[in-house]
Every structure is written in C-alpha cells, then in structure tokens.
Design a protein around this ligand. Sequence first.
Ligand code: PSU
Ligand code: MN
Length: 305
Amino acid sequence: MPQPFVISDAVTDALENGRPIVALESTIISHGLPRPRNLEAAKEFEEILLSAGVTPATIAVLDGIPRIGLDADGIARIANEDMVKASVRDLPILAAKKISGATTVAATAYLAGRAGVRVFATGGLGGVHRGASATFDESADLSSLALAGVTVVAAGVKSVLDIAGTLERLETLSVPVLGYRTTNFPSFWLTESGEQIDWSVDSPDEIARVMQSQDELGHGQGIIVANPLPSALQWDPAEHDTVLLEALAEADARGIRGKAVTPFLLSYIVGASGGRSLEVNLDIARNNVRLAGEIATAWSGLDRE
Ligand code: PSU
Ligand code: MN
C-alpha cells in the first residue's frame, strides 16, 4: 500500500520525541503573496520557528503526494510554480492525477491533524462571503476546522468577508474562538473588527490547557486563536476601507466566482494599496507564526507531564 502522505524526517523526529511543531499552509505562499516576496516569506516563517526551537511543517501536495514538511526545493516549488489551490476535496483528485497543489487552511488543517501536528499558523482564515445567503459561498476552512483537531492562529478574517456571519457559523460548528488578549475579533489588516467574541486568553500556556481540555472532553474540533496585530502596525483604516470596497466592486464587475474569489481579492488589494497592505500582511503572518511557536512549545511541555 502506498502511503497517503509523506511526513518529512525532521517532522517525524519531532513527533516521535514530543518536540514542538507548527504547520504552515502553502496557499498563502502560492496565491496569497506576490513573487518574489512569497519565497522570502516562506523561508522567513520557517526561520522564525527554527530559531525558537520549533520544527516547521510547511504543507503542500507535490506531484500528487501530500507532504507534511518540505525541503528547500519543495518550498521553492510552491513559491515559483503555478500550482492549483487545493482544498480538502481536491486531495484525492491531485493524488490520482499526480499533480501538485498549494493547500488552503482547510486542506492544511486536515493534513496536519492526520499527521498529529496540533498547532498551525496562517495569516487570515477564509469564511462566509458577503452575500452568502444568495451564493452559498462559505469557505471550507470553517467546516474543515470543525473536524480537524488543530489549533490555528490567524488574525481573524478579512472584512471583504461577512465577519459576523463567519462568527455565527463557527458557533454553529462548535469551533472555539479565543481572542489573544482581546475580545474584539481582528479583521486581518485592522486590529479590531468591532465584532465581539466571548473569550480572551492571556498566554500560550492557557491556550495549551484549552487544547488539553478539548481532548479530555473528546471534542474533535479545531480551535481558533484570533491574534490581532498591535494597532501601531495596522493598515490605515481609511485607506483599508476604500481599497476593500473597490476590490469587492471589481470582483463583482468581472464576475469572479468560486475558488477564484479569495485570490482575486487578495491580489487586487495588494496592487491597489501600492504594496502597503502587503507589508502589513507579512507582519501579521510573522506575528501569528511566533505565537503559534509559543503555543506549540507550551503544548509539548504539557504533553510530557
Ligand atoms: N484569507 C487570507 N489570506 C489567504 C487566504 C484567505 O486572508 O491567503 C487563503 C487561505 O489559504 C484560505 C483560502 O484557506 O484563501 C480560502 O479560500 P476560499 O475562500 O476559496 O475558501
Ligand atoms: Mn468560496
């Protein structure tokens, strides 16, 4: 029987020895950030983890095989090849066709969960799109997180989405949402969306204890840690609002639909903001990777007790 996925030697070693590991997604690299900054970013995210004593596990499908942990060549491939954007439902098709794909939050969380990697860092989550009551456009990130027992650190969801609707769906799906030192859910580039969440947590240790309780209760859902960027680093709110409305109108005018919507909005916004949103985007991802590393470290400490 061929293996359904391949776990790198470094990740296998960390798993066997209970050392901290953080999963990283590849769609943010292939479809979320422009070349050549995307390759620099992919390497930098891994470096941040390595220098904190945490093993990075960047996840992608290469030639049909889901890989948990990439080598330098794999990282370069996700940054430079025109890969399909792969959600959970695409995995068996990529496998049969032996083609490569960059995994979304949904597919990355699924694969990380299968591999036993419990903490995952991304930029922003997918969610309920504006107008979803007519289009049914809701990211599979939400339903996947309801099934994969993985803690994902994200700066909330972008306000191109229906943020209140996204939080309602997460409630229905019984996915815990923890604000990191806040009860104001972040909207990616902005520190606060204005939407309130029920719970704030103060430390990586507290998050690890929530994970442990979740396991003890037999809840298989993932956990979302909403990690806002400090307000001094956020994107200018006025510019943000203008560019976002423009991006939504443009997507509508061009009739962009389905899985193309999110990548279209992301690249339109980078272009229309003259690169400013990109710098904030990178700060957000770094901030999330750092916190995910701390959570993974706290988790592996708890695990050994
Ligand atoms: N939101 C972001 N940045 C991203 C994405 C979403 O702020 O890079 C990417 C992630 O990979 C996420 C995917 O899983 O888009 C969601 O796409 P869709 O809305 O088609 O489910
Ligand atoms: Mn969609």
